[in-house]
Design a protein around this ligand. Sequence first.
Ligand code: HMG
Ligand code: MG
Length: 298
Amino acid sequence: SLPQRVKIVEVGPRDGLQNEKEALSADVKIELVNRLARAGMPNVEAASFVSPKWVPQMATSREVMAGIERLPGTIYSALTPNMQGFEAALAAKADEVVIFGSASEAFSQKNINCSIAESIARFAPVAQAAKASGLRLRGSISTAFGCPYQGEVPLDAVADVVSRMRELGCDEIDIADTIGVATARQTQAVMLRAAQEFPLAQLSGHFHDTYGQALANIYAALEVGVAIFHSSVSGLGGCPYAKGATGNVATEDVLYMLNGLGIETGIDLDQVVDAGQFIAQALGRKGASRAGNALLAK
Ligand code: HMG
Ligand code: MG
């Protein structure tokens, strides 16, 4: 049987907007985060304290974190690749910091300019500092289902990074399909292998929808008991270091499916659709959520 309740981690303000060519003001991002939190999101990834030379869109992260309202039921997360990022996240009062590595050596080099082993060594002081400051710690593992530079990624490579992130004390670990190549049975195999290293209840699925497989993969992951999923309002997103990668699966589409399955999320779909329309208008284009567009047309 499928889980009765699912936690959605809304990543649009970070994973979505980090990839936009047009610079968006901090005010628009603040409004987006606030709308998502008011819709009932338990967790919004609102910021990323990375090098502005690498990801210029996230340079407004400090202002965004300073400007958002803090709802007590919402965890506001920030990406922190190193101690410099951590110090910024701490100062910005993030509730959760995210260390982000990769299951592929080639992607690790392109994304964070170091090997997997070096990344773990860099994450160790971040993890320690997060614990010491009482912050939640999440680990994200890119290219767990395939890599744009090296192709296939072995199950054991994913398992190895999962176990290292467990050793660092992660409260939650994200298994990410950076380039949206995963299919349903593969999703189950990777999730079950990861679950040999880390509690299944604290594993999440982060699916990009490049090949249109994300909803099928989420359903497949639900079947093996995964109950945390990442999604992006209006299907925003991509990855600046994964050419051709499209957005995350749209939050509206995921909610529509979960509502239909009778799985609780605590999130109001209509309010998410409104937030999606707000950001699509700010970006001057039609939203990429199928369910969102259909509901707006009703
Ligand atoms: P580096 O160049 O190796 O770092 O970059 P460095 O330590 O040698 O520092 C170089 C410069 O960067 C210095 O500045 C530092 O101060 C600065 P300079 O002296 O040249 O003026 N710097 C920073 N500035 C602000 N904040 C920081 C920071 N750290 C160093 N935290 C680094 C290494 C990791 C910093 C760089 O590669 C980087 O920022 N990468 C970010 C990549 C990124 O954000 N990718 C997208 C997010 S991950 C993702 O989308 C995948 C995910 O969604 C899951 C999935 O779908 O797969 C999570
Ligand atoms: Mg991503």
